[in-house]
Design a protein around this ligand. Structure first.
Ligand SMILES: Cc1cc2nc3c(=O)[nH]c(=O)nc-3n(C[C@H](O)[C@H](O)[C@H](O)COP(=O)(O)OP(=O)(O)OC[C@H]3O[C@@H](n4cnc5c(N)ncnc54)[C@H](O)[C@@H]3O)c2cc1C
Length: 434
């Protein structure tokens, strides 16, 4: 063990939340030191190469109403490099029973009984104000109790009670599978509405060759210690005692304040007692995806999202992205339950095979696979189902009781780039305000 160093604010985790937290602390006149376990910043956002092509891992799309992300992209000079997707060309349902996202089509379709069509009207009247709020807060945290209550109800129960079971099977579930990787029963009503709002956006954006650059630029002004894994935190009379593993040697750091910007499971490991028990009950990570680089696939649109095809039971999504006209395609697939980590371990080759088979069927010609890869993120564990808001609130309440500690990270709010940035800034603001 080396000697002990003192720092003003220790930020643990160099993903978007930690970078945003440290940036905000610096702006607020504090002196943050950021500890990042790996040898790069960005966390679940990174850029790698696949078959000689750029592969943006982590977020592929974000919406026009992510204000914090938009501001950060401007600050870092990346707003000029955005790739714009027309969401109508991203969302595509090959599932025969689709009724589309056009409301009028819902009233015309023979797939819904008349009673359910009639029920859609009063449902729309009550749901539209909530939808507007959810859309405005997309990527961050909904505020009104009405909208928050939706997180305690399974989407399928909510929609069955208000519209009917056929609506759930024929419309809601395919739609959620298309955009959210899981059917209605696996989403809370709030999650379902968030997906709907996301899908309804006219334009979606991606940072072409940007995930790594974005993180690096956010890190530029900061004191970042790469390769430093925080392994223990404990209260200290003057702040918080942190044990850091820096590639074999252990260092002790005393911080006046600590911001944890790590995924919930890591926070649970680091924070003991009642808080740890609470944190363990809700974890989220949409983290396991297979990617395949394919030569000369004529998909005829900039991006296509394909879900739940017959015979591909365990695969729930494909996003095929063409970098430019005539350029090879990078294609992603996610499993029905992307959080089933062990299952995925055994299924790599199957996933890639099903993905390429599917694209061959869609294009009616053989595809030439250049390279394939399965991307895993470290923190992928079960979601217990709907009902997470009270637990989140409880954990947050407990976290604020621990002196000198604030928690960022995307587990407190919607798991998105915007959510990560906002939660980091909010955690930092509490420290700046002290
Ligand atoms: C496959 C996938 C697709 C996604 N798609 C989208 C999308 O289309 N749109 C969108 O907006 N969002 C998307 N997201 C979500 C978005 O990428 C995340 O919400 C966001 O990047 C999370 O940032 P974070 O800082 O909270 O966590 P992370 O990125 O997980 O960062 C945590 C950091 O903490 C570090 N760390 C962990 N433990 C320790 C320790 N003990 N000591 C020190 N450091 C530690 C980790 O190495 C990591 O760098 C996607 C995510 C994934 C995985």
């Amino acid at each position: 063990m080396r000697g002990r160093t003192d720092v003003d604010v220790a930020v643990v985790g160099g993903g978007l939340a930690g970078l945003a937290a440290a940036g905000r602390l610096l702006e607020g006149g504090r002196s943050p030191v950021l500890f990042e376990a790996t040898d790069r910043v960005g966390g679940r956002q990174r850029t790698t190469r696949l078959g000689g092509h750029v592969l943006e891992e982590g977020a592929v799309f974000f919406g026009s109403n992510y204000p914090t992300l938009s501001a950060k992209l401007r600050e870092t000079g990346l707003d000029a490099h955005l790739k714009v997707y027309d969401s109508r060309s991203i969302v595509n349902f090959p599932v025969g029973r689709q009724t589309g996202s056009d409301p009028a089509a819902l009233l015309r379709t023979p797939n819904l009984p008349v009673a359910e069509k009639l029920a859609l009207v009063p449902f729309a009247v009550t749901a539209l104000p909530l939808a507007a709020e959810i859309r405005a807060s997309l990527g961050t945290r909904v505020k009104s109790p009405g909208a928050r209550r939706l997180d305690r109800i399974a989407a399928s129960d909510w929609l069955t009670a208000r519209v009917g079971p056929r609506f759930v099977d024929e419309v809601a579930s395919p739609f959620m599978e298309a955009l959210g990787f899981a059917p209605a029963r696996d989403w809370s009503a709030l999650g379902a509405m968030q997906i709907l709002a996301f899908g309804g956006m006219a334009q979606l954006f991606g940072i072409r060759e940007g995930n790594a650059t974005f993180a690096t630029r956010l890190a530029d002004p900061l004191d970042v210690r790469l390769g430093t894994r925080v392994v223990r935190i404990a209260p200290d009379p003057a702040g918080i005692e942190i044990e850091v593993d820096a590639g074999g040697s252990t260092e002790s750091v005393r911080a006046r304040h600590l911001v944890l910007a790590v995924p919930a499971p890591v926070a649970a490991e680091l924070v003991s007692g009642a808080l740890r028990q609470t944190l363990r009950r809700f974890h989220f990570s949409s983290s396991i995806v297979a990617a395949v680089a394919i030569e000369s696939l004529d998909i005829g649109m900039p991006a296509v999202s394909v879900f739940g095809g017959e015979g591909h039971g365990r695969i729930r999504g494909i996003v095929a992205e063409q970098a430019g006209p005539g350029e090879p395609v990078v294609s992603y697939a996610a499993l029905a339950h992307p959080w089933q980590y062990e299952y995925f371990e055994a299924a790599d080759s199957e996933v890639v095979r099903v993905l390429t088979d599917y694209l061959e069927i869609v294009n009616d010609k053989p595809v030439d696979v250049i390279e394939s890869r399965v991307i895993r993120w470290e923190h992928s564990i079960p979601i217990p189902g709907p009902g997470s808001i009270p637990l989140r609130e409880e954990a947050f309440r407990l976290a604020t009781r621990v002196p000198h500690l604030d928690i960022a990270g995307d587990w407190t709010i919607s798991p998105s780039q915007e959510g990560a940035l906002v939660s980091g800034i909010e955690a930092a603001d509490r420290v700046v305000g002290i």
